[in-house]
Structure formats: structure tokens, C-alpha cells
Design a protein around this ligand. Structure first.
Ligand code: SAM
Length: 205
């Protein structure tokens, strides 16, 4: 299993609220890609953040594509079921936990995510190194703790794919340890100097 958990990185969530949502909420449809999503905690966390911040009407137009290479063919079922061990949910702020989780009646010790959140997240088994995006009108791509597994050349190719899959001035978030490679200079601007949140610079090849 790819290591992951709910509300893993509060700084990233704050950055999405502060810099990404004010722009993307102006779009009629909001498409987000969580690339390398493991068992779904990251895309579900982002879906909850959006539900909390953009209101119920616009939230209906949100589509979160959660993808992973999922070598053992397990993640799709876990994500679609939306049922997670209660002991892994302790990091979730209590008021959020109460609003979005209930005990799973069919699995003692597990909690189910709210159906409205589940409906917005769709899983695709997908290998990033094939360089074919899951779709190409994305407002935000989140790819955390994945690029470190790739060679420099693979990283450049995957980041270029992200560039072309983002819509005008779309946003990209990668993990703290990833610097934007030289080959991609000019394709993205760093939104804040202290975090790996980037905005697409339009019109590059
Ligand atoms: C450490 S997990 C990261 C999960 C989540 N993004 C997070 O930060 O909490 C890394 C994930 O990358 C996935 N992965 C590795 N190589 C991949 C590839 N070529 N295409 C798609 N996913 C890949 C792994 O299967 C794993 O689930």
C-alpha cells in the first residue's frame, strides 16, 4: 500500500484554500486530478476541503479524478467503498470528522465517508509514465510523494504532461522536496516561495 493518510499536510490544504479556491471557484466546472492517490485519503481530503469552502451548489460541479498505478489492483474497491479504519482517522479535525464520517454498519471499527463526498471522487487505474493525462481541462493537479519514485527524465516528462493537461492558469501542487526541473523553467510560476504550489504560465510548448 502507498503510505498516505487523511489531512496529511495542513500547509497544502491552507494553500489550496487561500490561493487556489478563489480562482477555480469562478469556473462552472471544477476538475481536479489527484495523481498517485494510493488508497484515496488525499482526494477525499481535498473533496472535503472543497465542500467546506465553495458551498453545496458549486460542489455539485466538482469532479475529482483519483488515479494510481495500483499494481495489486486493490485501490479502486477501497476508494469506491469509502470505508476506512477508525484508528486511522484521528488526524481529522473533530468537527470535520463529525460532519463527514459515520460508523460503517457492515464493518466494525471502520467509518464510512459521506455519500456526497464519495460521489465526487472517481478512481482510474493509470500509469503516469505512459504520459497520457486522465483528462485535459484540469483546474488543479495534486501529485504528492510520487515524483520522487521517478528518474529526472521521467519527472520532466510527467510535469510536461501536467502542464498540457491544466486549463489556463491552472494550479499544480507537488511535494516539498521537489524542485521544478530546469527543463520546465518558464512553464510554471511558483505561487509562494515557501511551498511547491505552481501556476501554469500559458502559451508554452
Ligand atoms: C506514497 S504514495 C502517495 C499517496 C498520496 N499522494 C499522498 O501523498 O498521501 C505514492 C503512490 O504513487 C503511486 N505510483 C508510483 N508509481 C506510479 C506510476 N508510474 N503511476 C501512477 N502511480 C504511481 C504508488 O502506487 C503509490 O500509491
Amino acid at each position: 500500500m502507498g503510505f498516505t493518510f487523511f489531512f496529511r499536510d495542513f500547509q497544502t490544504l491552507d494553500l489550496i484554500s487561500e490561493y487556489v479556491l478563489p480562482t477555480i471557484r469562478q469556473r462552472r466546472y471544477i476538475n481536479i486530478w489527484s495523481a498517485g492517490c494510493s488508497t484515496g485519503q488525499e482526494p477525499y481530503t481535498i473533496a472535503i476541503l472543497l465542500k467546506e469552502n465553495i458551498g453545496p451548489m458549486l460542489f455539485r460541479n466538482v469532479r475529482l479524478i483519483a488515479s494510481d498505478i495500483d499494481e495489486n489492483n486493490q485501490y479502486g474497491t477501497i476508494i469506491r467503498d469509502g470505508s476506512y479504519p477508525a484508528k486511522e482517522l484521528k488526524r481529522i479535525p473533530p468537527e470535520i470528522f463529525e460532519r463527514y464520517f459515520v460508523p460503517d454498519p457492515e464493518r466494525p471499527g471502520y467509518c464510512l465517508i459521506d455519500e456526497e463526498i464519495r460521489k465526487r471522487v472517481e478512481f482510474q487505474q493509470h500509469n503516469l509514465l505512459l504520459l497520457k493525462p486522465v483528462r485535459d481541462d484540469l483546474s488543479l493537479i495534486v501529485c504528492k510523494n510520487v515524483l520522487l519514485h521517478f528518474t529526472e527524465e521521467e519527472r520532466v516528462n510527467v510535469l510536461k504532461m501536467y502542464y498540457h493537461a491544466l486549463n489556463e492558469s491552472g494550479f499544480l501542487i507537488v511535494e516539498h522536496t521537489q524542485k521544478m526541473p530546469e527543463a520546465l523553467q518558464g512553464h510554471f510560476e511558483q505561487v509562494v516561495p515557501y511551498a511547491q504550489l505552481f501556476r501554469k504560465v500559458n502559451g508554452r510548448k
